[in-house]
Design a protein around this ligand. Sequence first.
Ligand code: SAM
Length: 288
Amino acid sequence: MSEPADTQQKPRRSTAAPGRVKEVTSVSNPLVKDIRLLAQKKQHRGEAGLFLAEGLKLVLDALEAGWRIETLVVRKADLDHPALSKAAAKTVALGADVIEANEKVLAAISRRDNPQSAIGVFRQKTLPPEKIDFGKHGVVVALDRVRDPGNLGTIIRTADAAGARAVMLVGDTVDPFGLEAVRATMGSIFSVPLARVSEAEFLSWRAGFGGLLVGTHMTGTTDFREPAYGKRPTVLLMGNEQVGLSDTLAGACDVLARIPQAGRADSLNLAVATAVMLFEARRSALKL
Ligand code: SAM
């Protein structure tokens, strides 16, 4: 799978020429049309290598974490809010543009009746799997063909909360930089490293990975509390929402773990199962 994102991006130097400030009042302005395309079309996001983050807190977190901003759209009427004007000033100082917009423009971009006061256009960032820093014995989540943006965003948020070192997306997955997925991360997209690989790339990386690969499977024979998480770098491999793990990926695992269930449900929701696995791995590693 190609790697469209800028894996080597560096924050702009403070010597960058300052960005421009423009007022935009019409949804048919070409700048607005282009930003709306980023919200709506995965292909456009991929080609441009950009994505949107809504909300002042998210924008400030992203700037703080050194993510590269291209454009900041702000509600002009709120610019007397010190944090918003600070974000706008920082954006301009970094050499990116600020669009001062009205309610109509913000609503059109976010497709919400009550849009946030700031929408940032950021450069996408992923890293190749060999660059993942497992720390001493860290845990990474790998997701086979995850389809649902809400699940993906929730998993990135949960991975952040559980101290996971990265999330790997394997095969044809939903776009982590889509508006819905980014919303569901609640800002964790800016703190959890993401890797995107094809199944073949994952398998070739796995061949050189000296840690533990724990697959989760409805027919797994290992109780999920058994694996020795935390003794080695660990990857938790989770299956697709409809069909679970591919046979090839399941065959590459050291163990196939199952979370015992009561009742009549066939399986747990993917994000819920990932949360159970991540916090079990964390609990077990903290005991060591
Ligand atoms: N029909 C699918 C199947 O048979 O695999 C169900 C997939 S389930 C909704 C999505 C993923 O969540 C699974 O592939 C697995 O990774 C994880 N999962 C859900 N319930 C689980 C359980 N009880 N034990 C282990 N993993 C589970």
